[in-house]
Design a protein around this ligand. Structure first.
Ligand code: ATP
Length: 294
């Protein structure tokens, strides 16, 4: 399995240069999973039941690059929602890459349910980690098939049930062919917000204990945005969530906020505690609030 790390990293690298941030992660994860399937030893197949995540003195740098993550330490309890905030290039996506084992850390350890993730197969991680990303990966196929991608053995009833819980059912039913509507690869027939709803339905089907959210920054109409928020609230319940957050409302309600700057976790706490501390977050929040009011 060790030999495999290199080509996988290269693959992840190629995708990283093609696609920004963690966009496309779901697809990269799948390809890596297929390639790794035969190689990963079965011992690494575990079910992640709790979803607690610990970083202990984690250091990481991309090949030929300066240190990207240094001495990162944190603990996330099962079911907690963590907002990752910080300037561009700070290392937020890299933290997600490490949790998904796109890359292994250079030193230190990442534990999931108390187990070092180097001892957890990528396929197990994939089964237990769900995504809702800005750029939703959709393929040429029916809406039904696209939702079922979350869990391939799901029945039609389960697919529809997931779509209902994701607030996607009503828009799907308004399409001429309903669940049998064929999406083109760029899914030009549906809106950005509707793609997000499909992505949420997919994640509901997968029923993961760990969830990765990359909040959309693009403009989505208010009604759809409300549907997305409501569906996300449902989806996050009882799951450990890492959210690359852009909305003040999401950040404010996080159980923990991690402020990342230059690869370091410089502040962590709740909104209230960080405001009280009058540090980096306090300034960042004030900047964002001013933008928010216009
Ligand atoms: P943003 O908010 O812009 O998405 P971020 O906080 O998610 O930024 P990262 O994408 O984690 O930041 O990037 C952290 C640093 O690592 C940046 O300096 C970035 O240029 C670098 N980096 C990211 N991916 C790679 C890669 N595949 N190879 C080399 N360097 C990389």
């Amino acid at each position: 399995a060790r030999q495999f790390t290199r080509p996988l990293n290269e693959l992840a690298n190629q995708f990283n240069t093609l696609l920004s941030a963690i966009a496309g992660a779901e697809r990269v994860f799948d390809i890596m999973d297929e390639e790794a399937e035969d190689e990963d030893d079965r011992e690494g197949d575990v079910e992640i039941l709790q979803g607690n995540v610990t970083f202990s003195h984690v250091y990481f740098s991309y090949e030929n690059a300066d240190s990207t993550i240094s001495d990162m330490n944190f603990h996330v309890q099962p079911g907690q929602m963590v907002a990752l905030v910080g300037p561009t290039g700070a290392g937020k996506s890299t933290i997600i890459h490490l949790i998904m084992r796109f890359y292994d850390c250079d030193s230190g350890a990442i534990l999931v349910d108390g187990r070092n993730i180097q001892q957890i197969s990528r396929s197990s991680l994939r089964k237990n980690i769900g995504f809702v990303l800005q750029d939703v990966f959709l393929f040429e196929g029916t809406i039904r098939e696209n939702i079922r991608y979350g869990r391939l053995d799901a029945t039609d009833e389960e697919v529809e049930e997931a779509a209902k819980r994701a607030n996607a059912h009503s828009f799907i039913m308004r399409l001429p062919q309903g669940y049998d509507t064929v999406l083109t690869e760029d899914a030009s027939g549906i809106s950005q917000g509707q793609k997000q709803l499909l992505s949420i339905a997919r994640a509901i089907l997968r029923n993961p204990s760990i969830l990765i959210l990359d909040e959309a920054t693009s403009n989505i109409d208010t009604v759809t945005e409300m549907k997305i928020q409501e569906a996300l609230q449902q989806l996050m319940k009882g799951r450990t969530t890492f959210c690359i957050a852009h909305r003040l409302n999401t950040i404010r309600h996080a159980h923990q906020i991690f402020v990342i700057n230059d690869g370091k976790l410089i502040e962590k706490g709740t909104h209230d505690s960080l405001i009280e501390a009058h540090g980096y977050y306090y300034d960042l929040y004030n900047q964002l609030s001013r933008k928010d009011v216009g």
